[in-house]
Every structure is written in C-alpha cells, then in structure tokens.
Ligand binder design. Structure first.
Ligand code: NDP
Length: 631
C-alpha cells in the first residue's frame, strides 16, 4: 500500500477498435453452448458413503468425545464463519448471554477453517474484507492476505467476544423443527443433542459443502484422493506457514478444476510434484496480483471511519460506478472496468451519461479488459497451444476474476501438463490407476479436487440438514421450492424466530463480510425488541412477505440475459434455468435475488424499518399464544 490511488487507464489495455467485438461475442456464445451439461447440478455427486470424509471428516483438529447437550437457550447460531462470528459480536453487544454457536468444524473460521491448501489467500482487499479493523486495531500484513492470518484473526475476535465458552464444534445439525408447544426451535444433532432455542440464526455460509464431480469410475481409483477443502498435509508435506510440499517430489499428481482455488494451488503443485497434470474444463481469467505489504506509514495516515469509506469506494468500483473525482482506492481486478471508465470520462471532462450510455461503455470496457487478460496469457506462456487453451472467453465476472503472479508461469515448467477436458464436458473417466482424458489414460498417484461447493444446488444439498420444518410441519425446502419468500431476505412466513444470513432477497455489498454484519445487526435488533415487548415469538405476516416480494420484483434489475449468456458454473446454476410460476425461465443466481435499487437503498430500508420502531409486518405472541400489540 504505497502507491497513491489513480484513475489512469490500465497499461496494455486494447482500444475498442483493436477488438472484433461481434466475433468475440459469437465465440463467447459458442464456448458457453458447448459447456452446458443437461444434468446441471446433477453432474456432481453428493459426498456420501465412501466419500463422506470429503465433507464430514476434519483433518485439522481431533474430535473429542462429549456428552449430548439438552437445554433451553435464547439463540443458536448455526455456523462459526464470518457471519456466525459477526452474529456473536452483535449478540454480545445486544446484551445476550444465552447463546451458542454450532459448527461441524473444529473451531471458528468457516471457509478459512476448512481451507488450508498451499497458496491460500483472500482474493479481496483485506482492508475491506476483514471486519472490525478499526475496533480491534488489527492490520492485515498485506493487501491479499494469507488464509491462516484470516483464520487467526477470526478466532481472535471469537476470543475477544467470548464466543468459545458455549460453542459446540464437530457437531452436525440433523434436524431443525419449530415446536409450537414451547415456541422454540428444536435442534437435533448427530451427536445426540436436543437444544431448544428461542431464536435461530442460520449463518451457514455459501461455500461450506464441498462437491465432487460425478466422473464415471471415480470410485475405482486406488490412489490417494481428496478435496482441496480437506487439505492432506501428511500426504503433501510442508505446512501451512511453510508450504514446501517435499513429499510430492516422487508423486504424479492431478488437480481437477481451474477456479479460484486451483489458480492459487497450481504454482505449488507445479513446483513440487514430480509430474503435475491440471485438468481444465473452463479457464479462469488471471490478472497480475499486485499484492503489497501493508505500509506502516500508510496506516498512520488513516483517519477514523476509513474502513467504511474504503468499503464504499470498493463497492462503487466493483458493483456500481465511481463518482466524479473519486479515486479508485482498491486498484485491482475487481475495480478495473469501472476504473478505466472513470479514467476515460475524466479525460473527456466527465460528460453526463444516461444509464443506457453507461451500460454501453461498461460492456465495451468489459470486452477490452477481457482481451487484455487474454493477451496476458500470450505474454507469459511459451507453448502457443497451451496459451490458447488458457484464454477465457466469457464476459467479465461470469466467473470469479482472479489474480496470481505464478499461475501462467507454471505452464512453462517441463513437469507440468495442462489437459483440456472441455470436449468431453469434464474428465472422461477415472480408472484404478488414474484418469482418461481425450482417450488417453494417465497414471497418477493422487487426484485432488478443486471442484467447488454446493452453492446453487437444491437447498437440502446446500445446507445438509435432513429435516427443516416450521409451523405445522411445513418444510423449508418445499416452502422455498418455487423461489425465495422472505421479508428483507432474513425472515420467512411459517418460520417464526428464524433468521437467514446470506443472499436470498436483499441488498448486495461487494464486501461479503459487510453484508453479514448489517444482516446480523438487524436480526439482533429484532430479537431484543421481541423479548423486550414480553413476546417470545415473531413471525412475518404473509401480507408483509408478499409486500417485500412485490417490492423486490418492481425494482428488479433484469440480469436474465447476462446470466444466460455466461459460461456455466455455480454462478448460474450450471446454466440450467428453473421455470417460475408463470412458465418463464429463471436462473438461480448465486447471489440470490438482489435488491435492484442497490446497497445504500437497502440499508435505508432496514434503517427506516428499525427507525419506525413498530416491527412492521411481524406478528408477535407471548408464550401462551396471546398476540402482543406493537408499541
Ligand atoms: P469453483 O466452483 O469455482 O471451481 C470448480 C472447478 O472445478 C471449475 O474449474 C470447474 O470447471 C471444475 N470442474 C467441475 N467438474 C469438473 C469435471 N467433471 N471435470 C473437470 N473439471 C471440473 O470452485 P473453487 O473452489 O475454485 O472456488 C469456489 C469459490 O470459493 C470461488 O468462486 C470463491 O468465491 C471462493 N474462493 C475464494 C478465495 C478467496 O480468495 N477469497 C480463494 C478460493 C476460492 P468449470 O468451470 O468448467 O465448471
């Protein structure tokens, strides 16, 4: 963090006239079409039976046997990642003491607990991503900071707010049922617990259930095999803080996948494995990293409120647009399109643009940035055929943009082979000794899977909770089958006292952790108000829920075409649309249904709602079922 923010054009950015945009558009479409698999999510196998370890086993912390818990408690927070930790912070601030976290991991940290593969870093500006920096006084050591640093910071917050004392780790929730007779949620776990919670906060994240590709013959392989979210350090050698994978020196290793995880891991496998095969179906776009150590002199210049301002700047750069005279404080792949648009607008005296004119500029800049990224491959990768295969042909942000300074360089190593499996829509087959790709069998000692998570899969698969029933035995899975039904994305009719964090029907901020912080703040406000009014249960009325859904629809920004045109991935439910109640195709987007008026407007909605103080749209009742009138 030494360079001053600027809005100059990215070096090597091609001019629009240098690109045949209609031809590229056609190529994007062709590349998408040939990748769509008719099975959609069903191409992935559930990690059950002999794959159960992929999901349930914890390679990092031994499981300590404990007695089952049976208790009444105010709040259960399902999940100990960033959203769960934020919930704990806000519960403490709100004066709650009777609450506990439940997580199947062995400690706090969420994705940062499970992911420990070499090269793991946050791909987002850590000064935005890490919560509570101003309060804790912590400063990440670099812009894109290491996974273990994030995990240790998350755990330090859990300690600071005394979240450990009640936490139940290595605990899998089996069922969640609303018990009307006691007006509490009954949480049954595989460890035999029966916990009766007044309120439940679902803080169970997006990327918590690893998925494996259903490659024919996957069960036949006799070598070693694991998902990157269960990194096998004993097999690979080295350690998290010392990623020298010395045990791979005599191993032939294959990695399936080329998403954000594989981009970070590949340089290490290329460097240490005797032979490394990277199995690619769709290339990612990979910019230079431009990582830098935190400059203490820069830290001294920061004034109170700096993190909120930085997050706001990042959000405009990544998801909206920069304002006149606003400098890009972030300056990475996430803000590049808007950054370049600003640079050109500044040079032109900042002409006023209509929404349509801005959208046209955005689309053109999207093509230019993607072309620059394709050119970058040619600059680094020596073998022309390999370089061609590594070029991404889809619109910016159809897949998560990444950055890495060693990824493309890895393909210049003699022990590294890129194997394109796009023709067969994935790895063709696995055998006892390895895998078959494009008709050739490759023998390997180890197959690693960077094959992602159940993000847009059906909810029971995403949440891994067998039974989830609200009032009158209504299943949450049935209830949301035709689409989300919520108030503000956080409460659902038929499911009193239940709160959902994440992306359902609400605003989006580019900083994931900030979304969570605002959501849990709102939830804790509601819980406190409910109890302060002498009630024990609060349920969204059907009318209020319908009103929010209507308001969402009226303000919807239609992204259907963009999502449709994107190459398949978890972003767009593998390109397979659902059909809505009117028979229209609708894509399950990984960020749910977004509030079309934007993040600031969404925050205003929440603040105004709380400001009115009457819990509008919630029906409150006492323990004996009497209604509690709004004050
Ligand atoms: P992804 O879902 O992004 O990638 C899965 C990969 O597996 C894709 O390349 C996919 O190909 C490939 N794949 C799936 N099935 C097959 C098959 N049958 N044959 C060959 N290849 C196959 O998972 P990641 O773990 O990479 O990333 C998930 C998310 O985790 C990221 O998008 C990001 O949000 C987060 N993450 C964040 C990081 C951070 O820094 N904050 C770091 C790492 C991950 P295809 O693309 O063709 O489907």
């Amino acid at each position: 963090m030494t360079q001053a923010p600027t809005n100059s054009l990215t070096p090597n950015l091609p001019a629009a006239g240098e690109i045949d945009i209609p031809a590229i558009k056609k190529k994007y479409q062709q590349e998408r079409d040939r990748r769509i698999r008719k099975e959609g999510q069903e191409q992935y196998v559930r990690p059950v039976d002999d794959f159960a370890d992929t999901y349930e086993a914890d390679p990092y912390t031994p499981v300590t046997p404990r007695d089952p818990v049976s208790e009444d408690i105010d709040v259960v927070v399902l999940g100990g990642g960033w959203s769960g930790i934020s919930a704990g912070v806000h519960l403490r601030r709100g004066g709650f003491s009777s609450f506990r976290h439940i997580d199947h991991a062995g400690d706090f940290g969420g994705v940062w607990y499970w992911n420990r593969y070499p090269g793991l870093q946050c791909d987002n500006d850590a000064y935005c991503y890490l919560p509570l920096l101003e309060e804790t006084g912590f400063m990440p050591s670099k812009k894109f900071t290491d996974g273990y640093e994030i995990r240790e910071y998350a755990q330090s917050i859990a300690k600071r707010y005394e979240l450990y004392e009640n936490a139940l780790f290595h605990t899998m929730v089996d069922s969640l049922r609303w018990d009307e007779s006691i007006k509490r949620w009954r949480i049954a776990t595989r460890q035999g617990d029966d916990i009766r919670a007044r309120f439940v906060i679902m803080a169970n994240g997006l990327l918590n259930i690893p998925k494996l590709p259903g490659i024919p013959g996957i069960h036949d392989f006799k070598g070693h095999m694991f998902h990157t979210a269960r990194w096998d350090n004993d097999y690979a050698g080295g350690g998290e803080k010392n990623p020298v994978l010395d045990k791979l020196a005599d191993k032939r290793v294959a990695l399936v996948g080329t998403g954000a995880t594989a981009i970070q891991l590949t340089p290490y496998l290329g460097k240490y494995a005797k032979q490394f095969y990277l199995l690619q179906r769709t290339p990612s776009c990979v910019d230079s990293r431009k990582n830098s150590k935190t400059d203490p002199e820069w830290v001294k210049t920061l004034e109170p409120g700096w993190q909120a301002r930085r997050r706001a700047n990042f959000h405009r750069g990544a998801n909206e647009r920069f304002q006149k005279d606003e400098k890009d404080l972030i300056g990475d792949i996430w803000t590049e399109v808007n950054h370049n648009i600003s640079a050109e607008l500044e040079a032109q005296g900042w002409p006023e643009l209509t929404l349509e004119e801005f959208a046209a500029r955005y689309e053109e800049m999207d093509f230019r940035v993607m072309e620059r990224l394709r050119n970058r491959v040619d600059e680094i990768v020596k073998d022309k055929e390999t370089a061609e295969l590594l070029k991404p042909y889809y619109r910016y942000q159809c897949k998560r943009p990444t950055s890495n300074d060693e990824y493309y360089q890895t393909f210049n190593r003699p022990n590294v082979t890129l194997i394109d499996v796009s023709e067969t829509q994935g790895v063709e087959r696995m055998t006892e000794n390895g895998f078959i790709a494009n008709g050739v069998e490759y023998e390997v000692d180890c197959m690693m899977f960077a094959s992602g998570y159940e993000v847009t899969s059906d909810l029971d698969r995403r949440w891994g909770i067998s039974v989830f029933e609200g009032r009158n035995g209504l299943s949450m899975y049935d209830n949301w089958n035709g689409g989300y039904k919520t108030l503000h994305g956080m409460m659902t009719h038929g499911f009193p006292n239940l709160f959902t964090t994440g992306y359902y029907q609400g605003g989006l901020n580019s900083t994931l952790t900030y979304n969570f912080e605002e959501q849990v703040k709102h939830m804790v406000y509601i819980m406190k108000e409910v109890l302060d009014r002498g009630a024990v249960a609060a349920e969204v009325s059907l009318e209020a829920q319908d009103g929010w859904i209507r308001h969402m629809r009226e303000n919807e920004v239609d992204r259907t075409q963009w999502i449709h045109d994107c190459t398949p991935s978890y972003f767009n439910n593998e390109g397979k649309p659902d059909v809505d109640e009117n028979g229209n195709e609708k894509y399950r987007f990984y960020l749910g249904e977004l509030y079309g008026r934007g993040w600031d407007a969404f925050l205003d909605v929440l603040e105004n709602w709380r400001g009115k103080g009457d819990l509008e749209g919630l029906v409150l009742e006492t323990a004996d079922g009497k209604p509690v009138q709004p004050v």
